[in-house]
Design a protein around this ligand. Sequence first.
Ligand code: UFG
Length: 319
Amino acid sequence: MKLLVTGGAGYIGSVVAAQLVEAGHQVTVLDDLSTGHADAVPAGARFVEGSITDAADALAGMDGVLHFAARSLVGESVREPALYWNHNLGGTLALLDAMRAAGVGRIVFSSTAAVYGEPERSPIEESDPTRPTNPYGASKLAVDTALTAFAGVYGLAAVSLRYFNVGGAHTARDGRSYRERHTVETHLIPNVLAVALGGRESVDVFGTDYPTADGTCVRDYIHVADLARAHLLALDACAPGEHKVYNLGSGAGFSVREVIEVCRDVTGHAIPAVVRERRPGDPAVLVASSAKIQRELGWKPERTTLPEIVADAWAALPR
Ligand code: UFG
C-alpha cells in the first residue's frame, strides 16, 4: 500500500515506518520536526517536512494514513491545554478533512491509555468508562469520538490503538537502531537510564502516597517493536464504516520503584532515587487488558517483559 505516516520522525512513528518499509509498503513520512528527528526517518521512506494541518499534497494517491503526530506529555498538557487541544484535536480534524477531500478512507490512530483516567478496575478493557484526568487524554478521546462518527457517516475505515507505556528500542533488519530521544525527556525509563549512564545524579520519584502496594504509580509497559507490529495488523483490519478500538499493553503492572529496581539489575548501577511531589494529572494505576487485539487480530507480544524493554533501551543508548 501507499501509506502516509504522520509523526514518522518520532520514536513510535519511526519504528512503525521502518516495519512498514520492511513489509514492502511505499511509505511517506510527514513530520514537522517539532519533536521528531529527520535522521530517524527510515531509509526507504520518503520524507516530507510539514504539518498535519497542511497535508493535502502529501495525501495525494495514498491508500491510508497512520497518524502519530501529536503532543504526548501528560504533565505538559496540564500546564498548556491549548497546545493539546489545538494540535491533537484541531490538527487531526484538519487531517481527517484533507483525507476526505483526497478520497483516503483508511486510518490507524495513536490513541492512549490516558483516555481512561482513573479506572474503576484493572486490567482495563476497551468498553470501560473513559474519563480522562488530563487534557492530553481528553484530546485523544475527542479524536476517538470523531472517528466513530466519521466511520458511521462517511464510511471511514478506522482503528484506534490505545497505547499504555511504551519503552525499549527497535533494531531493524538493516541493523539500524530506533530509540527514544526526546529533547526534554519526561518518561520514566529513559530518565532512570540517564542516571545509570552518568548524565544525571538521581531520578525523581513523583509521589509515594498513591493507593498502590509501594505508594508509587503503577504502569503497564509494552515494547515498542511489539506495539509497532500491532499497527500492521490494524492496517489490514481496517473496514469501511467501522471504527475499531484496541488496548495495547502487557497486562502486567509495575510501580515506579519496581521499574527503577529492574533498571538497577539490568545496568548494574546503583541509580539513586529522590522522592518528589506528585506530578499533576497522573492516575495511580493504568494496566491494559489486550485480550481483544490478541483475540481479534492475532497480536502477540514477543519482547514485552520489563527486563527486555529496559535491556533494549539500555543497549541502544549512545555511549
Ligand atoms: N515518573 C517518575 N519520575 C520520572 C518520570 C516519571 O516518577 O522521572 C513517574 C510518573 O509520575 C508516572 C510514571 O513514572 O507515574 C510513568 O511516567 P511516564 O512519564 O513514563 O509515562 P506516563 O504514564 O505519564 O505517560 C505515558 C505516555 C502517555 C500515555 C501514558 C499511558 O507518555 O502518552 O503513558 O499510560 F498516555
